[in-house]
Design a protein around this ligand. Structure first.
Ligand SMILES: Cc1ncc(C[n+]2csc(CCOP(=O)(O)OP(=O)(O)O)c2C)c(N)n1
Length: 285
């Protein structure tokens, strides 16, 4: 397989220079290097610019309702445990509409990879503030500056019990590819929050803004990704310097591994036992 084997006949409609391009190529290359084929993978998309990726990447794809990508993915993984199940959703979708689903899927440790396109805005709807926008940010929906403080996906995931927490950058597609590979290989819920500059509506968090600030955790002497205290410390770093890479990775039993019903063949591959439901149907007639 090559990355182009994951192309569709549609050309991406993202703005020229959009961070989604870097994320898309990083994901295709990660799938290639993991030896996965389009038919082995389901990507569940949120609603947004990010969600339009459903048309541009050849795997099984499910374009969910806004904020509902996680439950769709959890259900699909339970139905067919042989599939590699990935979610790709915007930061609005993930930490706004979908926030509850995110935390509860983390608690259960559903075996899915959660990739968030963190552009700090609602971009498809032309630039309203999102949960990751910084306090004081002026956007279309907050002309006098945002009142709320930003959600911190790293510390939030850590406190909810997530066993794989990472941050990537769309401007470093090789590093991002490695993040994606590690996240997909991890058994259980893996989070990759990706800084994805929106070149049209976000004039603050530009590629340059990130290049000037980002440092790699992987290269930090003495950093142990199994140490929750260290991970919390790094998760709270924000400002002139911002860390990226794998913050935290430990083993935890998955949601599916606690369900004896899933032992043996994937549910979707078992013969369907058709029951006569005539009597039951009559009760509702
Ligand atoms: C339930 C619901 N609410 C609102 C919308 C309108 N809507 C469509 S896209 C979008 C913004 C998505 O932003 P985000 O999830 O951050 O993704 P991005 O476009 O930035 O990739 C919104 C609010 C919708 N489709 N459904």
């Amino acid at each position: 397989m090559k990355a182009k084997d994951f192309d569709t006949s549609y050309k991406p409609s993202w703005c020229p220079g959009c961070g989604n391009f870097g994320m898309q190529i990083a994901m295709k290359n990660a799938l290639v290097e993991l030896g996965l084929k389009p038919e082995n993978v389901l990507i569940v998309y949120g609603i947004g610019c990010s969600g339009n990726g459903a048309n541009f990447t050849k795997t099984y794809a499910w374009h969910s309702l806004h904020g509902r990508s996680v439950p769709s993915a959890v259900g699909a993984k339970l139905a067919n445990k042989d599939l590699t199940v990935i979610v790709m959703a915007g930061d609005g979708d993930s930490y706004g509409e979908g926030m509850g689903h995110f935390i509860h899927a983390v608690r259960g440790n559903a075996d899915i990879t959660y990739v968030t396109h963190d552009n700090k805005l609602y971009s498809l709807t032309t630039g309203q503030s999102a949960p990751t926008s910084e306090k004081g940010t002026k956007t279309k929906s907050t002309p006098d500056g945002l009142i709320e403080v930003a959600v911190n996906p790293m510390s939030l995931a850590l406190s909810a019990g997530c066993a794989f927490i990472s941050r990537g950058f769309a401007g470093d597609a090789d590093h991002l590819k490695e993040m994606f590979k590690s996240a997909i290989l991890h058994k259980g819920f893996s989070l990759v929050d990706v800084f994805q500059p929106c070149v049209t509506f976000n004039k603050i968090n530009t590629f340059k803004w990130y290049y000037d600030r980002l440092y790699k955790l992987d290269a930090k002497p003495g950093y142990k990704k199994t140490d929750k205290n260290q991970a919390f410390k790094e998760a709270l770093v924000w400002g002139n310097k911002i860390p990226y890479g794998i913050f935290y990775e430990v083993k935890r039993d998955t949601y599916g591994s606690n369900l004896p019903q899933l032992n043996g063949k994937a549910l979707a591959k078992r013969p369907i036992k058709v029951k006569d439901i005539t009597a039951l149907a009559k009760e509702f007639a």
